[in-house]
Design a binder for this molecule. Structure first.
Ligand SMILES: Cc1cc2nc3c(=O)[nH]c(=O)nc-3n(C[C@H](O)[C@H](O)[C@H](O)COP(=O)(O)OP(=O)(O)OC[C@H]3O[C@@H](n4cnc5c(N)ncnc54)[C@H](O)[C@@H]3O)c2cc1C
Length: 257
């Protein structure tokens, strides 16, 4: 099977994030594989081990993204592709990303594409479905189980806590949700092997794309952190008095009753 994983390098939302001039301050951020894409890499490896074939991990990014691609190779992916847009594009959106991926997949024999359900930084959840639409293949989002038998596919999908069971066929794109598997940590031999695995670097030109072909349809105007929460207020005194004071505060200050 020809299995592809769409992988995004994201900043770690568990670490401190600062915003400078309406942009995330990348110099002080920690970068990781988007956590949902780790499920995608793990599932790709398991499907390859069960059915044979090859796993290729693809990212659109810059030189820095090589680190996350090497991690995916260390987990067990076979090949990696970095589509480096640093020289060609100043900005982009989900349209840009999907159009570049469409060009990358042109002429390729695809059985399965796995993406994350959502990227934890910009969180639009658009890229997977957009790519499937551009390639004219079916897609199922937020999957928690994937069983493949020849070209028949049986999927369980998370629907706000409920489970939906879906039958479809290859070629297919799925977006991966927590619960699908437990992503492995790269082993030491895996890390050593990853250094020698192929990592191809492409630019827009290699995909026969011009800047105009992928020009963003939307523009991010501002990014800001939520306002810091004010400290809580502790009421004191007799319980009856406290309840009276609370009701007064809810009515007159918070204006919610
Ligand atoms: C050239 C370029 C310039 C950009 N410039 C800006 C900018 O100036 N300002 C700004 O705010 N944003 C910029 N972006 C980022 C862009 O707007 C989004 O991050 C991107 O389209 C993905 O959307 P999302 O983060 O909402 O991902 P989602 O749609 O939530 O991601 C879902 C899944 O799609 C896949 N995916 C997403 N992004 C990639 C990727 N890059 N490579 C491979 N797979 C991916 C992953 O599997 C991911 O889990 C740029 C992107 C590109 C390609």
């Amino acid at each position: 099977m020809n299995i592809y994983v769409l992988l995004k390098r994201t900043f770690d939302t568990e670490e401190k994030i600062s915003v400078v001039n309406g942009q995330i301050d990348e110099d002080n951020a920690e970068f990781i594989i988007n956590p949902y894409d780790e499920y995608a890499v793990e599932e790709a490896i398991q499907q390859r081990d069960a059915h044979g074939g090859e796993v290729t991990v693809v990212t659109i990014g810059n030189e820095e993204s090589e680190k996350q691609l090497r991690t995916a190779l260390a987990m067990g992916a076979d090949k990696a592709v970095l589509i480096n847009t640093e020289e060609d594009l100043d900005n982009g959106d989900q349209y840009t990303t999907s159009k570049i991926l469409e060009a990358f997949f042109e002429g390729k024999d695809i059985d399965l594409i796995l993406a994350g359900n959502v990227a934890i930084d910009e969180a639009s959840g658009q890229v997977g479905p957009r790519v499937a639409d551009l390639l004219g293949i079916p897609y199922v989002s937020t999957i928690t189980s994937l069983k493949i038998n020849e070209t028949a596919v049986n999927i369980e999908k998370d629907v706000e806590g409920d489970v939906e069971v879906i039958e479809t066929t290859l070629p297919l794109l799925v977006t991966c949700q927590q619960g699908l598997n437990d992503p492995r940590y790269p082993s030491l031999p895996g890390i050593m092997k990853a250094k020698k695995k192929p990592l191809e670097e492409l630019e827009l030109d290699d995909l026969d794309l011009e800047e105009d072909d992928v020009e963003a349809k939307t523009k991010t105007i501002d990014i800001f952190l939520p306002p810091e929460k004010a400290a809580g207020r502790v009421l004191e005194g007799d319980v009856t008095e406290q309840v009276k004071e609370l009701v007064g505060l809810l009515r007159n200050e918070a204006k919610i009753i």
